[in-house]
Design a protein around this ligand. Structure first.
Ligand code: AMP
Ligand code: TRP
Length: 336
């Protein structure tokens, strides 16, 4: 069966973009694939600006709770916390000796995050994609559902797997499976409500543009009502000319499982006020069951911890033999 791996960092509150762009896909993939989902807390400590030791543990538990609330099913899938398996860090070291300094220096995310920071950039930030390669390759993942911005990281994981196999294994008995990135449909790119030309993001300057998965109905309504549109008044899908209206149409389509064009035809002529109210209602209804489930789970954090402990045990069953195989292939002496 096709094996899937994906991860999300416990930094910032999960928002509508995370839900529609990633989680909806994660949940659907459980139907016919073996899925491994991970809260990547070791990635979240690579930038000092995003790392608050006082809140990291709580955020990790909250993100795992959110994943369960949206429908990650721990009976069918493996859900775990990255730092609970030292194998990820250990495998990273092996891959550090396979990955090239030059290729890491060119990673767009590293270039962007390190620009102008000089010596304040951690080695961890530089090494971030190698840890990500370890996440993916330890589980022999075939498919990695991620946003477009992660494309280079998945290509690097693939290159590392290929190079490792070439250097340390035979074509008949490779150690690692070559993964490929799978991207959600373009319509799953949710834009900021205040600036619909940029992606809704945890690092946005104002939270008015972001709908958190746990926002209360009143707040959602307020944010959508004040979403930036344009002065034309017509409702049609045109990302270039009408980014705000197009974004709302896409959100409405995703939340109601209907077609954008059909919705545009239905609401065109009725004014932005009515349209926005419909979008707000659809988002509130979409989030209601998730929020209810979240509240139930959050009431019993011990249960979430148990799910994560079980997930770590099951993750280890896959990761430990893979790592052993890799160490043996590299010629390291097995412990007697
Ligand atoms: P991040 O919030 O950047 O850590 O991303 C976590 C996951 O959510 C990745 O798979 C992203 O591609 C996805 N994601 C983040 N923001 C958006 C967005 N605005 N629209 C669609 N998907 C998103
Ligand atoms: N870097 C990814 C992101 O920011 C998160 C991540 C870490 C990940 N390890 C992964 C995603 C492995 C997919 C597979 O979105």
């Amino acid at each position: 069966m096709t094996r899937v791996f994906s991860g999300m960092q416990p930094s910032g509150d999960p928002h509508l973009g995370n839900l529609l762009g990633a989680w909806v896909n994660w949940v659907a993939m459980q139907e016919d694939r073996e899925c491994v989902y991970c809260v990547v807390d070791l990635h979240a400590i690579t930038s000092p600006a995003e790392h608050d030791p006082a809140t990291l543990a709580a955020r990790t538990l909250e993100l795992a709770t959110g994943m369960l609330a949206v429908g990650v099913d721990p009976q069918r899938s493996i859900l775990f916390v990255q730092s609970h398996l030292h194998e990820h860090a250990e495998c990273t070291w092996l891959f550090n000796c396979v990955a090239g300094f030059g290729e890491l220096r060119k990673m767009p995310q590293f270039k962007e995050k390190s620009e102008g920071k000089g010596d304040a950039v951690s080695v961890g930030l530089f090494d971030y994609p190698v840890l990500q390669a370890a996440d993916i390759l330890l589980y022999h993942a075939d498919e990695v559902p991620v946003g477009e911005d992660q494309r280079h990281h998945i290509e690097l994981a693939r290159d590392i797997a290929q190079r490792f196999n070439h250097r340390f294994a035979t074509p008949e008995a490779p150690v690692f499976t070559l993964p490929k990135a799978v991207h959600p449909p373009a319509a799953a790119r949710v834009m900021d409500l205040q600036d619909p030309t940029v992606k809704m993001s945890k690092s946005a300057s104002s939270e008015k543009g972001i709908i958190s998965v746990l926002d209360e109905p009143k707040r959602i309504e307020k944010k959508i009502k004040s979403a930036v549109t344009d002065s034309a008044g017509d409702i049609r899908h045109d990302r270039a000319a009408k980014p705000g209206v197009s974004n709302l149409l896409e959100i409405l389509a995703a939340a109601t499982h209907r077609e954008v064009d059909e919705l545009a035809a239905e609401y065109d002529g009725g004014g932005y006020g009515t349209f926005k109210l419909a979008v707000a209602e659809a988002v509130i209804e979409l989030l209601r069951p998730i929020q209810d489930r979240y509240a139930e789970l959050a009431d019993d954090p011990g249960e979430v911890q148990r799910v994560l402990a079980d997930g770590a045990d099951r993750a280890r069953e896959v990761a430990v033999p893979t790592l052993q195989h890799a160490k043996q292939a590299m010629g390291l002496l097995p412990r007697g």
